[in-house]
Design a protein around this ligand. Structure first.
Ligand code: FAD
Ligand code: FES
Length: 285
């Protein structure tokens, strides 16, 4: 069992949980994820690591309660325990093993759309800890949905919040903000975009035009998270890749987003409870 030592509400239906898991905290790196199971009736839920603390032995995840399993996890309170917490899974971000001299020369822009700000944070924190510079765009549909801005300002050179409705920061989507920054003369050698598939697709279309190499973090349906079931397969550069073991980060200009989005929606009806035993089990309290 794994104890939740801290819970904070970040946005509507969005919570961060700091979970006591010293062995995971010890080996976690930016880009990796964990699989949680709330209780013995619950499904496996893959969640990106949004922070980790070696001294305290905690790993932080940010959960958006959108369906039965994430709603169940969002109801877990400080001091309570969850059934299972497995990780770190997936490959760490490529930059963690890049030549420090070449990384020092680069200006990287992180783009976190909605919940995507959560996986961006440990990456920006890693850059700061290693003396590299980066800027961050955090997007949300309105001010209430901009998360982790204060933490991001502690580790990034510049932070650009932007909202679809203009209620805070730049008025527009993350792609509009990115285009605006480049038009104003900012130079970026690499973009890392994390968020909904549709957002990553449009960031990649833009950065292809702008000729900026772009990394994305895919979040397809996952089951085992260890390369055994094939549920998370996606096409990258014309080849089949399993996001859980070959990713979750890939060259965004090589990803077949239309196929990935179609696959992500393939069980949507079943998940809504239309006659699936697993769906019923997962919604049990
Ligand atoms: C590598 C990775 C990292 C992720 N990081 C986060 C995160 O940091 N925070 C967060 O809130 N969510 C994250 N997700 C998505 C999260 O796993 C799903 O929202 C969750 O599994 C939905 O389950 P549900 O029962 O609450 O909703 P459901 O109603 O069952 O599903 C809602 C939608 O979530 C997706 N989904 C459902 N089951 C899975 C599954 N087993 N694997 C992946 N997607 C699924 C589908 O697109 C589905 O349409 C991540 C997914 C992956 C693969
Ligand atoms: S989740 Fe099973 S192979 Fe990736």
């Amino acid at each position: 069992m794994f104890k939740v030592v801290k819970k904070v509400q970040l946005a509507p239906e969005t919570f961060s949980l700091d979970i006591l898991a010293p062995r995971v905290a010890k080996s976690a790196l930016p880009g990796q994820f964990v699989i949680l199971i709330a209780d013995k009736y619950a499904e496996r839920v893959p969640l990106t690591i949004s922070d980790y603390n070696l001294e305290e032995g905690t790993v932080q995840v940010v959960i958006q309660a959108i369906g039965p399993s994430t709603q169940k996890l969002a109801k877990v309170e400080e001091g309570e325990e969850i059934e299972s917490f497995v990780g770190p899974l997936g490959r760490p971000s490529d930059f963690t093993s890049e030549d420090p001299a070449s990384l020092k020369e680069k200006k990287v822009l992180f783009v976190g759309g909605g919940l995507g700000a959560a996986p961006v944070y440990p990456q920006a924190k890693w850059f700061h800890a290693h003396g590299y510079s980066c800027d961050v765009i955090i997007g949300g549909k309105s001010k209430d949905y901009i998360i982790l801005e204060d933490k991001m300002r502690e580790v990034a050179d510049q932070v650009y919040p932007c909202t679809d409705d203009g209620s805070y920061g730049f008025h527009g989507m993350v792609t509009d903000c990115l285009k605006d920054l480049v038009q104003k003369g900012n130079h970026y050698d690499h973009v890392v975009a994390i968020g909904p598939m549709i957002m990553m697709k449009f960031v990649c279309l833009l950065t292809k035009e702008l000729n900026i190499p772009t990394t994305v973090s895919l979040n397809p349906i996952m089951v085992d998270g260890t390369g055994m079931c094939g549920a998370c397969r996606c096409t990258v550069g014309g080849k089949t890749r399993f996001a859980c073991v070959h990713g979750p980060e890939f060259d965004g200009h090589q990803v077949d987003f239309d196929e990935a989005m179609k696959r992500q929606r393939q069980y949507a009806d079943v998940e809504k409870g239309k006659g699936c035993a697993l769906g019923k089990e997962a919604s049990r309290d």
